[in-house]
Design a protein around this ligand. Structure first.
Ligand code: GRG
Length: 294
């Protein structure tokens, strides 16, 4: 199967389960479930669950990766809903449609984000209850990476840095935690559900690949803010620039940011290459992430 077809088949599989495995929009309170499903089904590249499935397929095993894949997309979606709120980035557009608080209202969007967090953990806990040792490990990994020293911590420092003089230490902290942590943990969870989960050398390589891929992804995201249009992005272009965000573009300029994205991509490719297994799709996905337009 060629790369675009494989990517689409992963995305379709995730979309299907997001529609069928979660409480539907008519579940009481329907306004809350309506808002949760609105944001989950607004689209999005499904990058994190695709990475999880592809990482699982490196060395496939008997475990079903879908509950974990849904969980990482659900945590990511909550973070977008909360990030878009007026108290944070105050964005009107996300995934090509009005943000959750614009389509509903602020209180509903806060609650929709809140409710998505335990839903993600419920899926992992229930999905892997027959393999409790691995299940707990996955719960722990997801909690750590979504928590105050990773995703939320990165978001906190990102907000604190707005309008400040750019400094590399802060920027690295924000990118490593706000962005790379969830990308890395997606690869790790997929790998741990596969048949080589006990191979620590491979696990280390997967971790390194995830970290580099996450940093490359964020450097590209910084560039897209100034090179892509609102239509292409599905969210406001020039948002970072207008908000005085600390980005690689504001710190080292677009050419150096592009160079940096390239370097992180090469590191990721080297690790994925060394991992071996059925790694062709992940190698192609890494290239695709560098040339993406949204
Ligand atoms: C509110 C705790 C909390 C965190 C918010 C996700 C996030 C952290 C902020 C969004 C802004 C941003 C630039 C984050 C960096 C990660 C990133 C580029 C997210 C967007 O991910 P994509 O491009 O989005 O994968 P889709 O819509 O395709 O899923």
């Amino acid at each position: 199967m060629n790369f675009p077809d494989k990517l689409k088949s992963y995305q379709d599989r995730i979309d299907k389960h997001l529609r069928s495995d979660l409480p539907g929009s008519s579940t009481r309170p329907s306004r809350l479930h309506g808002a949760m499903n609105y944001s989950l089904q607004a689209g999005g590249k499904r990058l994190r669950p695709v990475l999880l499935l592809a990482s699982h397929d490196l060395f496939p095993g008997q475990n079903d990766p879908i509950p974990a894949a849904l969980a990482v997309e659900i945590i990511h979606t909550y973070s977008l809903i909360h990030d878009d709120l007026p108290a944070m980035d105050n964005s009107d557009l996300r995934r090509g449609v009005p943000t959750c608080h614009k389509a509903f209202d602020e209180s509903t969007a806060i609650l929709a984000g809140d409710a998505l967090i335990p839903l993600a953990f419920e899926l992992v806990a229930k999905g892997y209850q027959k393999i409790p040792e691995l299940g707990l490990k996955l719960v722990n990994l997801l909690a750590e990476n979504a928590g105050s020293q990773k995703l939320v911590g990165g978001q906190m420092e990102d907000l604190l840095a707005e309008g400040k003089q750019p400094d590399e230490d802060t920027l690295m902290y924000v990118h490593a935690n706000k962005t790379a942590a969830m990308i890395r943990v997606s690869l790790l969870m997929g790998f741990l559900l596969g048949s080589r989960a006990n191979d620590d050398d491979l696990l280390n390589l997967v971790s390194q690949a995830g970290y580099s891929l996450g940093l490359a992804f964020q450097a590209v995201d910084d560039l897209l803010d100034i090179t892509s249009t609102t239509i292409e992005l599905g969210k406001d272009a020039s948002h970072d620039k207008d908000a005085g965000k600390m980005t690689w573009v504001s710190m080292i300029g677009p050419e150096n940011a592009r160079e940096l994205a390239q370097q992180h991509t090469e590191h990721a490719l080297a690790s994925i290459d060394e991992i071996g297994g059925e790694n062709q799709f992940l190698l192609e996905l890494t290239h695709y992430m560098l040339r993406r337009k949204n």
